[in-house]
Design a protein around this ligand. Structure first.
Ligand SMILES: [Zn+2]
Ligand SMILES: [Zn+2]
Length: 387
């Protein structure tokens, strides 16, 4: 077997881990069976120090036989509230819950890399940490793991995500901003209720809400620099009225995504100013609240170049494509806020050519991608610890 290559038996094991995880998906912070499977698999590997930093998080430490740096790699382990519709014989056995983002594949790949590296422990430098993070989809697990101390003494942290737009054997990497910071936004408009036949005796919070929505969309195009990528969407409008009862209050629920930190500080005071101004002009009160889900994910130049180099050395020139930035969020950004590192994609387009987006009930990927993901992860960890 060539050094660092996944053997046929390890590939079978990795696919078996993925299939077992796919069949029993669990939602964020409820990953008890999932973390049990992970711990059991790690405990059977040579030289792994397995611990449970959070109730459903798992960390395994592998110390190499030679001095070096301490490098961590994160896999997210949670599933989504989606009813699977793939019709696959290995479909989710849990009604209403599905691994529709490929985190089952992420766990299988990191377990595979742990196994591959544990077999050559004496030749490795430094210390390798395998982090299995719960609750990525609800942006709750990364901070919990960090608070539990999983990054203490770590020099760099890496992470990867499957990508169903590119074929197995390719990898997406990008320097700089890649995923947006995410905020939930809530605007509560306090009018005055009344009879719908006598609007002049009331303060119509629905009419005011309509103006606020339009003005906010206008503000995003007029006040944000066109080169600073940001999105505001208000998909929720809740009013307390009836067809003949004017609503006392309206609550607008929305999301704000920002890729360029340069405009982050100006957006929220501006939202508040616009909403308050319109409410005030119409005689209504206004409460504006926003909460950060996760910060923007930005790959630093040095680690971006390092990962490209490792992947090209391992898989040949042409294996790396330039990843596209998107306005989605990723909880891994919390790790990159603390330490340098890089987040990259593992091409996994389905071999049947029927691609469905992540989070779709028919989402599936090419399991042949897993072996490449294992080899890439092991190569990045090994090389980073020896840098
Ligand atoms: Zn997802
Ligand atoms: Zn995901």
């Amino acid at each position: 077997m060539e050094a660092g290559k996944v053997s046929e038996s390890l590939e079978k094991q990795v696919v078996a881990w993925y299939e077992a995880l796919h069949r029993y998906p669990e939602l964020g912070l409820q990953e008890t069976k999932t973390s049990g499977l992970i711990r059991k698999a790690l405990q059977e590997m040579d030289g792994m120090l397995v611990s449970r930093p959070t109730p459903t998080g798992v960390m395994a430490v592998l110390r190499g036989g030679r001095p070096g740096r301490t490098i961590a790699f994160r896999a997210d382990i949670d599933a989504l509230p989606v009813q699977e519709q793939t019709g696959s014989p290995n479909a989710s056995a849990v009604p209403g819950v599905m691994h529709a983002c490929g985190h089952d594949g992420h766990v299988a790949m990191l377990l595979g890399a742990a196994k591959l590296l544990s077999e050559k422990r004496q030749e490795l430098c430094g210390e390798l940490r395998f982090l299995f993070q719960p609750a990525e989809e609800i942006a709750a697990g990364a901070c919990e793991m960090i608070r539990a101390g999983v990054l203490k003494g770590v020099d760099e942290v890496y992470g990867a995500h499957l990508d169903v737009l590119h074929p197995a054997g390719t990898f997406g990497v990008r320097e700089g901003p890649l995923l947006a910071s995410t905020y939930t936004l809530s605007i509560r408009i306090h009018g005055r209720g009344g009879h719908a036949a006598f609007p002049h005796t009331a303060v119509d919070s629905v009419y005011i809400a309509a103006q606020v929505i339009l003005a906010l969309h206008g503000m995003m195009s007029r006040s944000v620099n066109a080169f600073h990528r940001a999105v505001l969407t208000i998909p929720q409008v809740q009013a307390s009225g009836a067809s003949n009862v004017m609503a006392e209050t309206v609550t607008l629920g929305g999301t704000v995504r920002v890729l360029d930190p340069a405009c982050e500080e100006m957006i929220f005071p501006k939202i508040e100013q616009v909403a308050r101004g319109i409410c005030q002009a119409n005689g209504a009160g206004c409460t504006v609240e926003w909460k950060c889900g996760c910060p923007a994910l930005c790959n630093p130049t040095a680690e971006y170049r390092f990962v490209c180099g490792v992947l090209e050395d391992r898989f040949g020139g042409g294996c790396v494509y330039e990843d596209e930035p998107v306005m989605g969020g990723e909880n891994f950004s919390e790790f990159l806020k603390v330490l340098p590192g890089c987040y990259y994609k593992v091409g996994a387009a389905p071999a049947d050519g029927k691609g469905f987006p992540h989070h779709n009930p028919q989402f599936h990927f090419d399991p042949a991608a897993l072996r490449y993901g294992v080899e890439a992860c092991a190569a990045v960890l090994e090389a980073a610890a020896a840098r």
